[in-house]
Design a binder for this molecule. Structure first.
Ligand SMILES: NC(=O)c1ccc[n+]([C@@H]2O[C@H](COP(=O)([O-])OP(=O)(O)OC[C@H]3O[C@@H](n4cnc5c(N)ncnc54)[C@H](O)[C@@H]3O)[C@@H](O)[C@H]2O)c1
Ligand SMILES: [Zn+2]
Length: 374
């Protein structure tokens, strides 16, 4: 046990979502009570990875009765987000005797959130899941929105389901054990949130970027500052997904930086951190927005400055094969007239609506020019 639970339940953030999001230092000590409130059940299946389990998942499992609680773990890493691990976890739940009266608690980064969320979405046609994200990226991005998935040899996230959590519990205290490069990777999505929706939020992230670059989780007042920024990011993401729950339109603005990022990740065999790919993708896509006359000159330089101050890369890796990147921007579908689609900003805090599609077709030669710029 991790000590007595607090007397009162924490207050969830006020968000336009059908489930509560709790965010605050030490809120993980209240997961037992939160679960009893939002998803009361006979059994509790905590799912984590072997790196996060001893740090956090074990003590979270200890908030529930031993005889009806089990901690299931898999090894850490993106390459574990597979159908094989989905089947293994599902079989382990069956063997343990989990019925429909079971709540899943996902404790980990985006890999665990996506995988455990997918297990929960399919097990006996759906179990409630509580998302407890432990990386910055999972806190500000993966845990909110209800998307779950596993990867396949054909690409990432190709098999999955929309399955809203019963609650999201974000405890920024756990970020202090995160490696600095993984922490910074989450900052890229926060910069993105500022660009797509909120200029003052962009400035707030920027004002903390230097401290994180230099000191990581050891920055002065880290937990207080990051809690405020996480709350801002979650609010931006929640506003977008509330308006477009199943990705028909507005949700596409969350893809800013990601057409290039996904293409580069693919060409480099996913050996780059996602946030690093998003950082360079945002800079290149802002250049594209300038070159087609959508954004005023200076936007890309402003975003590059934020990215560099956060300790993230603004430039494409040396030796990257641009032909392969451009081919990959067309995704699995064949090139439609040599023009991939991009969600592009007009300015910090303002995205181009492109008549409600939120994605603009850009000819390959302009994409190439943006990628080549130094
Ligand atoms: N569902 C969505 O909407 C959505 C959105 C964005 C990303 N994702 C998915 O998220 C995944 C990436 O997630 P990620 O960046 O969190 O990576 P991750 O889950 O692989 O975690 C990164 C590493 O950090 C370790 N770790 C996690 N929390 C820790 C902590 N507090 N202290 C120490 N170590 C810790 C993990 O063991 C792992 O080794 C991708 O699979 C991506 O597709 C999903
Ligand atoms: Zn992303």
């Amino acid at each position: 046990m991790t000590g007595a639970p607090p007397d009162t339940l924490p207050t969830p953030l006020s968000l336009p979502l059908p489930y509560p999001v709790y965010c605050g230092a030490d809120v993980r000590q209240s997961i037992g009570e939160i679960a009893r409130l939002v998803a009361p059940s006979h059994r509790v299946a905590v799912i984590s990875d072997t790196a996060v389990a001893p740090l956090y998942a074990k003590s979270i499992a200890a908030q529930f009765p031993t005889e009806s609680t089990h901690l299931f773990t898999i090894p850490p890493g993106e390459h574990e987000k597979t159908r094989a691990r989905w089947a293994e976890l599902t079989d382990a739940l069956l063997e343990w005797g989990a019925g429909r009266d079971t709540t899943v608690i996902a404790v980990g980064g985006g890999v665990i959130g996506d995988l455990a969320g997918f297990v929960a979405s399919t097990y006996m046609r759906g179990l409630p899941v509580i998302q407890v994200p432990t990386t910055l990226l999972a806190m500000v991005d993966a845990s909110v929105g209800g998307k779950t998935a596993v990867d396949t040899p054909f690409g990432k996230n190709l098999v999955g389901a929309f399955h809203n959590p019963s609650a999201v519990v974000i405890d920024p205290d756990v970020l202090v054990t995160l490696p600095d490069n993984v922490l910074r990777s989450g900052l890229a999505e926060m910069i993105k949130h500022g660009v797509i929706a909120d200029a003052p939020y962009f400035d707030a992230v920027l004002s903390f970027a230097d401290a994180i670059r230099e000191h990581g989780g050891g920055a002065p007042d880290f937990v207080a500052a990051i809690t405020m920024l996480i709350t801002g990011s979650v609010r931006i993401k929640a506003d977008v997904v509330a308006e477009d729950t199943r990705e028909g339109g507005l949700r596409q603005i969350l893809n800013f930086g990601h057409t290039i990022a996904h293409a580069v990740e693919r060409v480099l065999n996913f050996e780059l951190l996602h946030g690093d790919a998003v950082a360079m993708g945002m800079v290149a896509e802002a250049r594209i927005a300038e070159s087609i006359g959508l954004a005023r000159a200076g936007l890309a330089v402003g975003i590059a400055d934020a990215v560099v101050r956060a300790g993230l890369p603004a430039r494409m890796p040396a030796g990257l094969n641009l032909d392969e990147v451009i081919a990959a921007t067309h995704g699995d579908k064949k090139a439609r007239g040599g023009a991939a689609r991009f969600s592009l900003p007009r300015a910090i805090g303002e995205m181009e609506s492109a008549e409600g599609t939120w994605a603009v077709a850009v000819p390959d030669d302009l994409v190439r020019a943006a990628l080549m710029e130094k």
